[in-house]
Design a protein around this ligand. Structure first.
Ligand SMILES: *[C@@H]1O[C@H](CO)[C@@H](O)[C@H](O)[C@H]1NC(C)=O
Ligand SMILES: [Cu+2]
Length: 239
């Protein structure tokens, strides 16, 4: 009895773990960079990605873990030309409903002291819902479910320098119980750009929107569910 209960519990845990996901590698200007894989932090290979401790979702937008899934600085940094492409790969993903948002943060000269604080985060890309219903599959998250990647362009005019890139999925498959999945990696943007977003394009993380934002706390299955969806946080800055 006890034994079978334990086996069931382990089975459930494994099923839960398998139901989540994280960015596990990147392709940046054509070069592949490994990230973390599996369920335990690794010391090798060295990565550009901030080490995350588990696949579990963060449950509130105000939790510190929402920033980079609990990660701190990485050993490596990937170079990317402004105007170049960053593709994030997920080894597994299972939830169709929810937005994908790609954010950046200027790190200054030293990644080791870069902690993501202050109102400096900006979005460079996002995909919410492209056609109703909210309970359907016309979502950014479903693109990851079917393709296991999301590719974005670094704004061509972005000022050169050190940045974090943060890929975030908000899984909305449980009514009024959003799940945040976000990972960060270190980029050195090159080129002759001199532009930086300001004002309404900037946000702090955690807390880029209230937990009650209709893009965060929503019942995608409600009979009176809205037919449109706006991802939470600022507008995308494209340079
Ligand atoms: C984050 O970094 C900034 C700038 O270096 C620093 O002023 C701040 O105290 C740091 N915050 C934490 C929580 O470490
Ligand atoms: Cu999950």
């Amino acid at each position: 009895m006890l034994f079978s209960t334990a086996v069931t519990a382990i089975g459930l845990l494994a099923a839960q773990a398998a139901a989540h996901g994280a960015v596990t590698s990147y392709v940046i200007d054509g070069t592949t960079y490994p990230g973390y894989e599996g369920f335990a932090p690794a010391t090798s290979p060295k990565t550009i990605q901030w080490q995350w401790p588990d696949y579990n979702p963060t449950m509130t937008v105000t939790d510190k873990k929402v920033m980079c899934n609990g990660g701190t600085s990485a050993d490596l940094t990937a170079k990317v030309a402004a105007g170049g492409k960053v593709r994030a790969n997920w080894k597994q993903w299972t939830h169709a409903q929810g937005p994908v948002m790609v954010w950046m943060y200027p790190c200054g000269s030293d990644f080791k002291s870069c902690n993501g604080s202050g109102k400096k985060w900006f979005k460079i890309d996002q995909m919410g819902m492209t056609a109703p219903p909210l309970s359907g599959t016309s979502w950014g998250a479903n693109q990851i479910l079917t393709k296991l990647y999301f590719e974005s362009t670094i704004p061509k005019s972005l000022k050169a320098g050190n940045y974090l890139i943060r890929h975030e999925i908000i899984a909305l498959h449980q009514a009024n119980t959003p799940q945040f999945y976000a990972e960060c990696a270190q980029l050195e943007v090159t080129g002759s750009g001199s532009a930086s977003p300001s004002g309404d394009y900037l946000a702090t993380i955690p807390g880029y929107a209230p937990q009650s934002d209709p893009g965060i706390t929503v019942d995608t299955y409600a009979s009176n569910a809205p037919t449109t969806y706006t991802p939470p946080g600022p507008k995308v800055w494209s340079g």
